[in-house]
Design a protein around this ligand. Structure first.
Ligand SMILES: [Zn+2]
Length: 109
């Protein structure tokens, strides 16, 4: 499953459709309007230039396309510890039909 930002300069290849989607309500995600799914970092292929936003305890970086500014994913700053979050708002909505949503805070923080 391939998703991309609005201008298509950032692409993310996922190993498959998500089983669940997290419409996270934390202070940053509700502003972004993010819809997260989580994957092991080695299972995801990300290409394209991004800017990052890092705040709070500085454990994760939020990545945005350098061209269109769309939020694409977050990753841990200190290497591959746990899953990464991918913003499934960048997918075709029809591909997400029937996938359960929940509204918990991100499991990584
Ligand atoms: Zn873009």
């Amino acid at each position: 499953m391939d998703i991309h930002c609005h201008c298509r300069k950032v692409s993310i290849r996922l190993p498959g459709q998500p089983l669940k989607l997290n419409r996270c309500t934390c202070s940053i995600c509700r502003r972004y309007g993010a819809l997260w799914s989580y994957y092991p970092p080695e299972s995801v292929l990300i290409s394209g230039a991004t800017d990052t936003y890092i705040w709070g305890d500085k454990m994760i970086a939020f990545h945005r396309c350098q061209c269109c500014g769309v939020l694409t994913h977050w990753m841990h700053i200190d290497g591959d510890i746990g899953d990464i979050g991918v913003n499934l708002q960048n997918s075709d909505p029809a591909l997400l039909d029937g996938i359960a949503e929940y509204d918990g805070h991100m499991k990584a923080i």
